[in-house]
Write a new protein. Structure first.
Length: 324
């Protein structure tokens, strides 16, 4: 049996043990290192830092966050897959972690089998925005306006295969509308052209576009999620505006290398859940448009499997590739 298969089998066995039994007797002997495979300042990075700096209470020492961005998150993620499974190296990833299975068939790791799930962290609601110069006041009006442009209008995203790209492509297919896709290197990089009206719509995290919405230079049209958000209760969903069945959110989670001891997983899960459900952290996440949603390792494993299957089918149906 290979080392990788041994670690996968060990991780599977860990999930079968009661959490209380797993949590006994484990405590990190050095600061826990959080690897974030994206640039600093995003929702994943901020969430990791909120958790890491609050580990001093349960562990006696704060965690350390390390950004290893590049290659659509693959570089940092691969580093964790190959790290020692001792509970002191954690991966903080977004939903792109399972999307990459659909975009990159030759990943150097398996997004599920090569990791031990710890907990889901939060769901980040994306919103649909248009520049203030666009006449649309709702999704139906936007789709009608875009259709009248005969393919000359463009939408922005934070990159090929990103959730903003996938969410927009899904909406356009449902509406039977063609728009040119303009990918940027990150959300913020896309805003200048959007504000100037060179692109005409974008899905993005509310926190990223809120200053422009409040300034009146971007207009909110809809929430991408399947249900309304308690953070934006008056904003209707895309589904409510004539597209039943549409709805998705970005999400984040904590993973460890496969083979991490069950006691370490249980202790890390308990610490992260306590931190994420504290009032202070809830308030800080709300600023990002994120809603804490921690759970058990078993729940995260089932969720990741479901999301990976959904994204593989969606990416295939929409014809999305990593290059365009």
């Amino acid at each position: 049996m290979t080392a990788r298969l041994t670690r996968r089998a060990f991780a599977a066995a860990a999930l079968a043990l009661p959490v209380a039994a797993q949590a006994q007797g484990w405590r990190p002997d050095r600061p826990v290192r959080f690897i974030v495979p994206y640039t600093a300042g995003g929702a994943s990075d901020i969430t990791a830092r909120l958790i890491a700096e609050r580990l001093r209470g349960p562990f006696g020492q704060s965690g350390v966050v390390e950004n290893r961005a590049g290659a659509s998150g693959i570089i940092g993620t691969e580093a964790v897959a190959k790290a020692a499974p001792d509970g002191t190296t954690i991966l903080m990833v977004a939903s792109s972690h399972v999307v990459n299975r659909a975009l990159f068939p030759s990943l150097p790791y398996d997004p599920i089998a090569d990791f031990a799930p710890i907990t889901l962290t939060a769901h980040v609601q994306l919103v649909l925005v248009v520049p203030a110069s666009n006449p649309a006041r709702n999704v139906q009006e936007l789709m009608a306006w875009a259709k009248a442009q005969n393919g000359r209008a463009a939408f922005a995203s934070s990159g090929n295969g990103s959730n903003p790209h996938i969410f927009a492509a899904d909406l356009l297919k449902r509406a039977g509308v063609e728009m040119e896709h303009i990918p940027y290197r990150g959300s913020t990089a896309a805003h200048a052209d959007l504000l100037a009206g060179r692109t005409q719509m974008m899905f993005d995290a509310y926190a990223a576009v809120a200053p422009h919405v409040q300034a009146g230079t971007l207009r909110l049209l809809a929430l991408a999620g399947p249900t309304r958000s308690r953070l934006l209760p008056d904003l209707p969903t895309v589904a409510e505006q004539g597209f039943p069945g549409y709805g998705a959110t970005s999400w984040g989670c904590l993973l460890a290398p496969a083979g991490t001891p069950p006691a370490a997983i249980a202790t890390l899960n308990a610490a992260a859940r306590d931190i994420l459900t504290s009032g202070e952290v809830r308030e800080k996440l709300a600023v990002l448009g994120a809603e804490p949603s921690p759970g058990t390792p078993e729940e995260l494993l089932a969720f990741m499997r479901s999301e990976q299957a959904r994204y593989i089918q969606l990416v295939r149906d929409l014809g999305i590739t990593a290059s365009g």
